[in-house]
Design a protein around this ligand. Sequence first.
Ligand code: FAD
Length: 285
Amino acid sequence: MKPAPFVYHAPKTIDDAVAMLAELGPRDGRVLAGGQSLVPMMAFRMARPAHLIDINSVAGLDRLAVEAGVLSIAACVRHAAFHRPVVAGPTGALLSGVARHIAHYPIRVRGTFCGSLAHADPASEWCLTAVTLGAQVVAASLRGRRTIAADDYFEGMMATALADDELLLETRVPMLAPDTRFGFYEFSRRAGDYAIAMALATFRLRDGVIVEPRVGVGGAEGRPRRIAAAEAVLAGAKPDVASFRAAAEAAADAVDPLEDVHSDAEFRLDLVRAVTRRALERALA
Ligand SMILES: Cc1cc2nc3c(=O)[nH]c(=O)nc-3n(C[C@H](O)[C@H](O)[C@H](O)COP(=O)(O)OP(=O)(O)OC[C@H]3O[C@@H](n4cnc5c(N)ncnc54)[C@H](O)[C@@H]3O)c2cc1C
């Protein structure tokens, strides 16, 4: 099938893109970034935008920079930019390790970090990363710019706090302390497929016990989220088999699993338990 007819727009500046979105967003205009989710949906006519606002020629949207302990990822930074660590230390290593799990190489060359957050698939690796690391999303419109915490940004299955006329300008990821340990584990049927369940864990060690634990789970519910109960189990505990198993159990207890063609609820809960434990083990390895 071919896409339904649409009008193509190619702004060159952020101001022009935002002005176009103000006019066309409420009239079924959509931003085109990497096109790796939107274009297939258009080809299947699951999406029929009347206008496409292609942001790939907008100056400055390929910016990737560290400022004051925050990694800023602008709207057109591709998944592939993270194949190699973009910064020294655990933040660069974590992003690089996670990027390899996103789809396949040709898709990673075009698809964008911020496009993944705008699309908000619950099984998106970047959405889980943003929530777990406490990222912030910067949205721009004619009304100005606003910053939204990732926790508040994801509202449900492919639903976000972005309004029709807002451009997701950049995502700001706080840099991890140099001694932060991290582990990511994803289960999918085949390499490159979306995750059926995945977990990202970070923590530091002080005097042999865990401090500042973060445990995020994705793919299992309508949106990725941190699991407070699992973090509470880990805080102050020794990093051993017993505490990791207890945290994994707490994660499985906290999740209300999706049921779909890929998995029933019971299997997904087993996976949540397994991916959480394995992410924690990888953090210690
Ligand atoms: C076969 C296949 C396998 C895939 N597997 C995975 C996977 O395992 N994990 C994964 O995370 N993804 C996967 N993807 C999706 C891929 O990562 C996409 O790149 C990503 O979901 C969207 O990014 P994009 O830049 O391509 O956005 P687009 O497709 O251009 O846009 C997606 C949506 O976001 C909106 N949008 C994009 N950018 C902005 C912005 N800056 N501001 C406002 N709205 C915006 C668009 O209007 C559209 O509604 C897969 C895709 C394919 C085709």
